[in-house]
Design a protein around this ligand. Structure first.
Ligand SMILES: CC(C)(COP(=O)(O)OP(=O)(O)OC[C@H]1O[C@@H](n2cnc3c(N)ncnc32)[C@H](O)[C@@H]1OP(=O)(O)O)[C@@H](O)C(=O)NCCC(=O)NCCS
Length: 204
């Protein structure tokens, strides 16, 4: 198993603009974020948590939280979407992704705080994730969602994903898309920097 390590996590921050003109920062989770991240998951509605974790879960189990806050561990990465609300930096969404070099596949899961859903954060985050996939050199990006999750299915369709049968679970549907954009054509400078660092580690 590879244990990727990124230097100075704070430099990898993307600033994304929503259609309202509001800015959302996307940055890697850091160990200090453990409590805030757990608080974020607890504050999601039961429905959103169920959709995010594909089953009932009141919060992240401690071992899973440990994995989430250690970016690069088990080749997986967590990012937070942060907005300044009433002067306070607030987590409004998160995503977790992994890159499998053997199949050049990039898999992700995502959520947005219920109070901030429907404002374009999900679609903006998805574009940023596609950019991260391209920066890794992925050929394909995919995610799994419950067949009942109309919003995620609608978002994936709108974002140009195709739908295929899930290989092991009839309750899920897999949405996938080839990665055809070169990373420099998309705005995610910080992800390119991170991918370069990781590629460098893989070759030394
Ligand atoms: C899925 C999720 C991430 C979408 O985030 P969001 O910030 O609300 O998404 P957006 O505001 O960018 O809108 C997404 C698109 O979804 C679609 N959509 C929204 N509500 C919908 C509904 N009820 N039915 C079908 N499609 C819907 C629309 O295409 C919408 O785009 P539009 O606003 O241009 O019409 C969010 O709802 C969420 O966190 N859900 C709980 C966790 C989850 O389901 N995660 C997915 C597991 S991978």
């Amino acid at each position: 198993m590879t244990a990727f390590r990124l230097d100075n996590l704070r430099q990898h921050r993307d600033i994304l603009l929503l259609r309202s003109g509001k800015a959302v920062a996307v940055r890697f989770v850091e160990p200090d974020d453990a409590e805030a991240l757990q608080g974020y998951f607890r504050s999601l509605s039961v429905h959103s948590r169920y959709n995010r974790f594909l089953g009932a879960m009141s919060e992240l189990p401690p071992t899973e939280l440990e994995h989430f806050i250690h970016v690069g561990e088990r080749d997986r990465f967590s990012v937070l979407a942060i907005m300044v609300i009433d002067g306070v930096e607030t987590i409004v969404g998160e995503a977790r992704y992994g890159f499998e070099a053997d199949t050049a596949s990039f898999e992700f899961g995502v959520s947005v705080d219920d109070r901030w859903q429907g404002l374009g954060i999900g679609s903006t985050l998805l574009r940023n994730l596609e950019c991260r996939a391209a920066a890794f050199g992925a050929a394909r990006v995919f995610g799994d969602t419950l067949r009942s999750n109309d919003v995620m299915i609608g978002l994936a369709r709108k974002s140009g994903f195709n739908f295929i049968r899930h290989p092991d679970d009839w309750k899920l549907v897999r949405f996938e898309k080839p990665v055809d954009a070169a990373p420099q054509e998309i705005a995610c400078a910080s992800s390119r920097l991170a991918a370069q660092q990781l590629a460098h580690q893989a070759t030394v």
